[in-house]
Design a protein around this ligand. Sequence first.
Ligand code: DGJ
Length: 362
Amino acid sequence: MKTNIELLAFRRFFKLISIGLWLFVLYIPAFSQQPTQNTSFKPGGEWLADDGVHIDCHGGNIIFVESLKTFFWYGEHRGRPQGASCYSSTDLYNWKNEGVVIEKGDIQTFERPKVIYDENNDRYVMWFHYDGNGYTIAELGVAVSDNPTGPFKVIDHYRPNGHESRDIGMYFDPDTKKAYIGYAADHTNLTIRIVELSEDYLSITTNDVDIKAHCEGPGILKKNNTFYLLTSQCSGWTPNPGTYYTAPDIMGPYTSQGSPFIGDAGNNSFNSQPCFIFKIPGYRDAYLYMGDRWNGGGRPESQYVFLPITITAEGKMELHWYREWDLSMFTPERRRSGRRNRVTIPSNSRNRGNNDTRDSNR
Ligand code: DGJ
């Protein structure tokens, strides 16, 4: 008798466990978000990687490696472990999480990583803002890797030519193959300096000038031999009105031209801070503004504001708000020697540019 009751109880227990297991399996998808295939940019919106998790890659840059036909996006990984993350893509809309490519370890502040590919040595060089908790060490750090997805190893850190260095930007000149770092410099960013890198991009040269601008988040582009430097002002994690400067030479002299953010009602760069300007290969004058929407603090879930940059016929830099847009806004470059030289865009995303400004969160 007792055995029968025990058997019944065991069966009931087994049934309950089985039902529980089935319910768990059925509801697993509810716990992780399934990413959908993106066909456009949605500035300030939710942006999930292939793993269904928010892209955690802030203050960084994008490179395109021609031999791999792949874009790599590097930035601060503000979740754990902290350091720099890398995401890869073939269309700029959909990103695969390649993981943390360098952990910051005992570096107290690791910000604004910028990576450049050294074609001659088939090597990836990362420069970053190396600092202490109070931002008083103010150095440049440099790390290197043989693979785009790391691991990167820190090889040095110092004050460039003795100057304080905090927020950094990077510019690679496709005509001269030289690379430069723009850095918020002395007297707690009271000025910005530009320094030329060595040929292998692993060290700095003494070609280092003060361009007298009180700013952070520098991004640079060149059009028709005019250099455009876009910067934010200095207000911590709070957005402020950006300014752009023009110069006939990367080393200056630079002239302030005011804010390029057109219709920026919140006067805060569409609620973003610049981190890089990426020239999209395969399209004529296709400059991608990469901005961070920090929301008052550098958090893993901070969003991104990616927008097209226009240089008008009069040579003015302009950014307009688009709630959603895609690469069909740009004109493809002419085919070179019969080969298509542009990035493939999903066909259903053409001709979309929605500049409804209502939800720019400005
Ligand atoms: C603004 C800078 O642009 C960020 O990278 C970060 O250093 C914050 N300041 C810290 O307040």
